[in-house]
Design a protein around this ligand. Structure first.
Ligand code: GDD
Ligand code: MN
Length: 358
């Protein structure tokens, strides 16, 4: 049995043609298709319900308040018992005629994962503009850091694997963003045997792409999580990075205020602190906690709680480092760094539980 997992978000016009194509190419194979829909608003579920009537091969998971191609694939795979699982887009851009070849390669035990590749001979990226092609090739090179094996198209969202292979990776998956194949390969205890089969990435006819600025951020998070996620949570690293940017901004404003603004030290320091807090809050809101982003009145409320939490953090920082210097005669830089790290941990822990609570 083969389960083709198809994450969908607003793909109403593509459902019926896709299922018809699967029926065409998977003749002679026992298969099912598992649509994973993240609460589409364009009638996608109605379209699925329509083809599912009288066709037991068509199944669906409806997720509410959830997003993400990777987590959609994982849940789809876990909702099936099929010993072979494929991932495929629901917009007809992936060439379904490759599916039987992937299945044959896995059945013959030629590989653990069969990948539909745009970058082996015979494959191609269709009508992509130079920017998207360039981004894709850069991302592919970056992927090499965590892969441990050569894959010409690790960004592919079109592949098939044995359930046992998926299970071996399941508990280590980062499940962030778009790149589930990369996540699986990097999560396996040993590099898998891979076979890449060429295909031409087709042009989208109906609906539109869901790629946006968040995809790049999610991709970087995935790579960092695969590298150091078992030691520190990636979100904490982002939070600390934003903090470092805040310190730089603080110093720049302080110097500008003193030198060119003619402000007193207290006034310049107050201005710099305000800029740093507002800047840190906004950056954390758009990057660090992107999927819990606050908007409108909740943005202002969030800014308020964040400022309070950071003030407590700063107060503890000053007192603890002063105590260290005064009582235990710790050197100034060690005390300074310890105080800063303490307040960083405090700010992160409390603001993720209060300001950006789920
Ligand atoms: N359930 C769910 N949730 N499905 C989603 C989501 C989501 O948050 N975001 C996108 N999808 C679905 C789309 O409906 C479509 O079926 C599929 O995932 C791919 O989304 P597209 O927006 O069409 O992606 P693309 O064409 O830009 O990207 C493709 O190329 C990449 C390679 O560069 C995809 O095949 C990727 O998987 C692939 O990595
Ligand atoms: Mn697409």
């Amino acid at each position: 049995m083969l389960c083709v997992v198809v994450p969908v978000l607003n793909e109403a016009g593509n459902i019926a043609p896709l299922v018809a194509k699967l029926h065409g190419v998977l003749r002679g194979i026992d298969w099912e298709v598992m649509f994973v829909d993240d609460d589409s608003r364009d009638g996608t579920r109605d379209a699925i319900a329509k083809v599912a009537t009288g066709d037991p091969r068509v199944r669906m998971i409806h997720r509410i308040g959830r997003r993400g191609l990777s987590s959609a694939f994982i849940e789809g795979a876990q909702a099936s018992f099929a010993p072979y699982v494929a991932a495929m887009d629901g917009d007809l851009q992936h060439d379904e005629t490759v599916l039987p070849k992937m299945f044959a390669a896995l059945r013959a035990d030629e590989c653990d994962i069969a990948i539909g590749s745009r970058y082996v001979k015979g494959g191609g990226i269709g009508e992509w503009d130079a920017t998207r092609a360039g981004m894709s090739s850069l991302a592919t090179r970056l992927a090499g850091i965590v892969l441990r094996t050569h894959v010409s198209d690790p960004m592919s969202g079109f592949f098939m694997l044995k359930r046992g292979v998926f299970d071996q990776a399941a508990r280590k998956l980062s499940a962030m963003g778009f790149k589930i194949l990369l996540d699986i390969i990097a999560s396996l205890p040993a590099p898998p045997r891979i076979k890449e089969l060429p295909y031409q990435f087709r042009t989208r006819v109906s609906g539109e792409s869901k790629l946006d600025a968040g995809v790049l951020r999610d991709y970087i998070l995935l790579i960092v999580d695969k590298l150091v996620g078992h030691i520190v949570p990636v979100r904490f690293i982002l939070f600390a990075g934003v903090g470092a940017v805040g310190i730089a901004a603080h110093l720049i404003v302080l110097r500008t205020g003193l030198r060119f603004g003619g402000l007193s030290f207290a006034a310049a320091q107050t201005l710099a602190t305000a800029v740093a807090i507002l800047g840190n809050f906004s950056l954390n809101n758009t990057f660090t906690f992107r999927e819990r982003r606050l908007k409108g009145p909740r943005f202002l409320l969030g800014l308020l709680t964040f400022s309070l939490i950071s003030s407590v953090g700063a107060y503890m920082n000053v007192n603890i480092s002063a105590l260290l210097v005064g009582e235990t005669h710790t050197t100034w830089y060690a005390a300074g760094v310890l105080g800063a790290v303490m307040s960083l941990v405090w700010n992160y822990a409390v603001s993720s539980a209060v300001t950006w609570r789920r």
